[in-house]
Write a protein that binds this ligand. Structure first.
Ligand code: ADP
Ligand code: G3P
Length: 505
């Protein structure tokens, strides 16, 4: 009897396999980190073959850790870091270049060029829901075809395939060069700058402008249906793959934000706030993205407004790896607790330019407000506060776009164990912050999508029933202080603008 559903979560820093029971509780997990490759300033890459090896290992590891066999599992879901781009040879399965990661800014000039074409920004936004920015996959494919010797000719001959990490993993699991499925779902496709948000199909005109042959692009299916079975020899052999969701949409689903007006914020490498807007596409006037939230089988598409913040948890890693101020990410809380505030310092981590709500690729990181008084405790505090201030900015934009004033914020992700950050988040938003019992909402959301498709769960009511609150942080800062701090943050942000001229090598 299959009592469980498994999810593969291919994230920015690691790959996990998690197994869930019917109540949505975690029964087994395995996780492996992969190398972050920084070949130049602004460039970020992953080795797709390392990620595929890790995927196989964590699938086997999770089953072994839970003392499970494949027949205990009803279905498998896939969730993934979005936008990260792999191009590979359909006959050999070899990538032609490393995966170009979502944070990578090398496509700056391509974006400028596209902006100069008729209708530029507005035309892209209207059709795809996205601003023209280095973040998305289409321009990354273009860069690979322009810069890897012979790649364009091979792509035009139909020899190369493109995929985000969902497709890369799915293709391998279902046979690779021997009939592997070249498929994605609309949540992932809606992050390429090439998918028409209304019809959920590839926009041929935009793909043409980007110089991306349609033969490279995966088939867009729904987020919850049986795509095929795992044929790769290994732990999960023979099981149906029945759910695909980009990781932030998966977390929205796993947090049971299933009705219009419900929102969550995930605190990982970056932060991503998603507001379910139902079957209405709300086109942002305030720097947010309009994206597909999920599409369950044949049912109507559900859309979301998204505030994407590039650098939050990765700033904590930077403090650890580049400055050596802490030995591990959790130590940032102890260091920040040595002082009562940031001592007037503000840290704006515009390492990849600024994403929502600014979309300024010319911005670069800055620490402002420094005096002789500021010590490493203040800096640690400014690092954590940056996450909370950036979140406030996208939630304000969401309020302006949708008219929805959040009464509380559901949170999840690697940083939400940080109590100091959670309290400051509630303080700076002025609403309660709520963490659920199962914090692994990304993997859980993908498991739900797969489990619903095979009848393991009956309906979204099961998801709502399984969501249980763990901890709530209530705001405790006086309104005047809150708004004064926020004004100072916004002033600090303006100091990062107009720094990179687009000619860095
Ligand atoms: N106690 C902590 N306080 C602050 N940040 C933390 C803490 N623990 C982990 N992090 C940060 O959380 C991030 C990892 O979260 P995770 O959700 O696993 O990320 P991702 O899915 O993006 O790979 C890292 O960037 C790390 O710096
Ligand atoms: O892997 P995460 O959690 O850092 O999420 C990355 C996002 O999907 C990028 O858009």
């Amino acid at each position: 009897m299959a009592n469980y559903v498994a999810a593969i979560d291919q994230g920015t820093t690691s790959t996990r396999c998690m197994v869930f029971d019917h109540s949505g509780a975690v029964v087994a997990v395995d996780q492996r980190e992969h190398e972050q490759i920084f070949p130049r300033a602004g460039w970020v890459e992953h080795d797709p073959e390392e990620i595929w090896r890790n995927t196989r290992q964590v699938c086997a590891g999770a089953l072994a850790n839970g003392d499970l066999v494949a027949s205990d599992i009803a279905a498998v879901g896939i969730t993934n870091q979005r936008e990260t781009t792999v191009v590979w040879d359909r006959r050999t399965g070899r990538p032609v270049y490393n995966a170009i990661v979502w944070q990578d800014t090398r496509t700056d000039r391509i974006i400028e060029e596209l902006g100069r074409l008729g209708g530029g920004q507005e035309r892209y936004r209207e059709r795809t829901g996205l601003p023209l920015a280095t973040y998305f996959s289409g321009p990354k494919i273009r860069w690979i075809l322009d810069n890897v010797e012979g790649a364009r000719a091979r792509a035009e001959a139909g020899d190369l395939l493109f995929g985000n990490m969902d497709t890369w993993v799915l293709w391998h699991l279902t046979g690779g060069p021997d009939g592997g499925l070249h498929v994605t779902d609309p949540t992932n496709a809606s992050r390429t700058l090439m998918m028409d948000l209304e019809s959920l199909s590839w926009n041929e005109e935009i793909a043409g402008e980007l110089g991306v042959p349609l033969s490279m692009l995966p088939e867009i299916r729904s987020s919850s249906e049986e795509y095929g079975r795992i044929s790769q020899r290994g732990a999960l052999n023979g099981l149906p793959i029945a759910g695909i969701l980009g990781d932030q949409q998966a977390a929205t689903f796993g947090q049971a934000c299933l009705s219009p007006g419900e929102a969550k914020n995930t605190y990982g490498t970056g932060n991503f706030v998603l507001l379910n807007t139902g079957t209405d596409k709300v086109m942002s006037q305030n720097g947010l993205l309009t994206t597909v939230c999920y599409k369950l089988g044949e049912r109507d598409t559900v859309y979301a407004l998204e505030g994407s913040i590039a650098v939050t948890g990765s700033l904590v890693q930077w403090l650890r790896d580049n400055l050596g101020l802490i030995g591990s990410a959790p130590e940032v809380e102890r260091l920040a607790s040595t002082v009562p505030d940031s001592g007037g310092a503000y840290f704006v981590p515009a390492f990849s330019g600024l994403f929502a709500p600014y979309w300024r690729s010319d911005a670069r990181g800055a620490i402002v407000g420094l005096t002789r008084f500021v010590n490493k405790g203040h800096l640690a505090r400014a690092v954590l506060e940056a996450t909370a201030f950036q979140t406030r900015e996208v939630i304000d934009a969401m309020n302006a776009d949708s008219g929805v004033a959040l009464k509380s914020l559901k949170v999840d992700g690697g940083m939400v164990v940080n109590e100091l950050l959670m309290q400051f988040q509630a303080d700076i938003l002025g609403v309660p912050v709520i963490r659920p019992k199962v914090n692994e909402t990304t993997a859980l959301g993908a498991a739900y999508a797969a489990g619903l498709a095979v009848g393991f769960w009956d309906s979204e009511d099961d998801i709502r029933r399984n969501w249980i609150q763990d901890t709530q942080w209530d705001p405790s800062l006086a309104e005047q202080t809150r708004e004064a701090r926020y004004r100072e943050w916004k002033k600090a942000v303006t100091r990062t603008f107009d720094w990179a001229g687009g000619d860095e090598e």
